[in-house]
Write a protein that binds this ligand. Structure first.
Ligand SMILES: Cc1c2[nH]c(c1CCC(=O)O)Cc1[nH]c(c(CCC(=O)O)c1C)Cc1[nH]c(c(CCC(=O)O)c1C)Cc1[nH]c(c(C)c1CCC(=O)O)C2
Length: 343
C-alpha cells in the first residue's frame, strides 16, 4: 500500500518522478468511453451501472497506465440522492430542480437516506478494488458543499454563480440550511466510499473562486475543514486532496487551515508562485492547462517540463489545472505522460 507513488507524495515525500493522473481522465475524448456510454444509454445510467462504471474507470488506466484512477460518478449524484430532479442535456450540461425557498428546502430528503440511491456507486468502488492493478491508487470524490449548492440553487451551471450568491445574501437561513444538509450528506457519502475501498478522497470546489473575503472562509474553507475532520476521525490516515479552484491568494494556508493533505491547483497560478506559497506546506497537485491536451506539440512538452522542474523540490502529483475536454487528442495525453516520466 505505502509503496503506491500517489500515497507517498500525499504523505509528503519528494519523488524523483511525480506520480500522474488526470481530472476527467474517463471521458468523451476516449472512443472507448463513448462506446460504453452508448451501451449504457446516457450519462446517469452509466454512473449507476456498477459494471459499466467500473469499465470506464479502468479504460484510461489500461490505455495510459496512470498512477491513480478516479471513481466514475458525478458530484451531482448527491443532490439527486437528496431528492432533487437531475438530468443532462446533451452538449449543454446538467439541469436540476431548483432550491430557492424554504418550501423547496423542506421537500429535500434527510442526509442519511442517500445510500438508497448511491449504493451502486459503492459497488463500483468495491469492483475497482478488485480490478485495478496493485500499483494504482483509487480516488473517491465528492463536490464541496458550495459548488454543489450552486447547481442545486440555479438548477444548472452558471457563469458567475449569481443565483447562489443571491440566495446567500437574500435568504441566509435557507442557504445555510442547504449548505448544512449537503455537508452532512457529503460526509456520509465519502465515508461509505472509503469503507468500500477508496484510498484517497478529493473534494472538488470548482466554483470556490467566486467566494471572496469572509464568504470564502465560511463557505469554502470551513466546510472543507469540517468534512476533512469528520473523515479523518472515522478513517484515521485517509489522505484528502482539496481543490478550491481559482482561489488565487486564498490557496495560501488552505491546507493548514483545513487539514487536507494536498492542494490541487488550477492553471491560473504559476508553478513558481505555488512552490513559494503553497508547496511550502506540503503536497500540491497540478497544474498544466488542459488546452495543451487539444493543441499538443512543443508547447505541451515545454510547459510539462517546466511544471515538473518547478515542483521537483517537494511533494507533487502531476495533473491538469482542470478537467480534460472532449475535443482533446489522446495522443497528447500520451505525450504529456511520456514527458513527465522522462521517456
Ligand atoms: C462541476 C463538476 C461536475 N462533475 C464534476 C465536477 C467537478 C470538477 C469540475 O470542475 O469539472 C466531477 C466529475 N465528473 C465526472 C467525474 C468522474 C471521473 C473522472 O474525472 O474521470 C468527476 C470527478 C464525470 C463526468 N461528468 C460529466 C461528464 C460528461 C458527461 C457525458 O458523458 O456526456 C463526465 C464524464 C457531466 C457533467 N458533470 C458536471 C457538469 C457541469 C457536467 C457537464 C459538463 C461536461 O459535459 O463536461 C458537474
Amino acid at each position: 500500500m505505502a509503496d503506491k507513488t500517489i500515497l507517498r507524495a500525499l504523505a509528503g515525500e519528494t519523488l524523483d518522478t511525480p506520480p500522474i493522473w488526470m481530472m476527467r481522465q474517463a471521458g468523451r475524448y476516449l472512443p472507448e468511453y463513448r462506446a460504453t456510454r452508448a451501451e449504457a444509454g446516457d450519462f446517469l445510467s452509466l454512473c449507476y451501472n456498477s459494471d459499466l462504471a467500473t469499465e470506464v474507470t479502468l479504460q484510461p488506466i489500461r490505455r495510459f497506465g496512470f498512477d491513480a484512477s478516479i471513481l466514475f460518478a458525478d458530484i451531482l449524484l448527491i443532490p439527486q440522492a437528496l431528492g432533487a430532479d437531475l438530468w443532462f442535456v446533451d452538449g449543454e450540461g446538467p439541469r436540476l430542480s431548483t432550491i430557492t425557498t424554504q418550501a423547496d428546502f423542506d421537500a429535500l430528503k434527510p442526509a442519511d437516506v442517500i445510500h438508497e440511491t448511491l449504493n451502486p456507486i459503492y459497488q463500483t468502488v468495491r469492483n475497482l478494488t478488485e480490478a485495478l492493478p496493485r500499483e494504482t491508487t483509487l480516488i473517491g470524490f465528492a463536490g464541496a458543499p458550495w459548488t454543489v449548492a450552486t447547481y442545486m440553487i440555479a438548477g444548472r451551471g452558471t457563469p458567475d454563480q449569481g443565483p447562489a450568491h443571491a440566495l446567500k445574501d437574500g435568504n441566509r437561513p435557507v442557504f445555510d440550511a442547504l449548505m448544512e444538509r449537503i455537508t452532512e450528506a457529503t460526509i456520509l457519502y465519502l465515508s461509505a466510499q472509503i469503507e468500500a475501498g477508496a484510498e484517497v478522497i478529493k473534494l472538488f470546489d470548482s466554483w470556490a473562486g467566486s467566494l471572496s473575503g469572509a464568504d470564502f472562509q465560511t463557505y469554502a474553507l470551513e466546510p472543507c475543514r469540517r468534512i476533512t475532520q469528520a473523515l479523518k476521525e472515522r478513517h484515521p490516515g485517509i489522505p484528502i486532496i482539496g481543490f478550491p479552484r481559482e482561489a488565487g491568494d486564498k490557496y495560501i494556508g488552505f491546507a493548514k487551515a483545513t487539514g487536507i493533505d494536498c492542494v490541487a491547483l488550477d492553471n491560473s497560478v504559476s508553478p513558481e508562485w505555488a512552490v513559494k506559497h503553497v508547496q511550502v506546506d506540503g503536497c500540491v497537485q497540478g497544474n498544466l492547462a488542459s488546452s495543451h491536451m487539444v493543441t499538443g506539440g512543443d508547447a505541451l512538452v515545454e510547459e510539462t517540463r517546466h511544471i515538473v522542474r518547478a515542483f521537483s523540490g517537494g511533494p507533487h502529483i502531476f495533473n491538469l489545472g482542470h478537467g480534460i475536454t472532449p475535443d482533446a487528442d489522446p495522443a497528447n495525453v500520451q505525450l504529456m505522460i511520456d514527458t513527465v516520466r522522462g521517456a
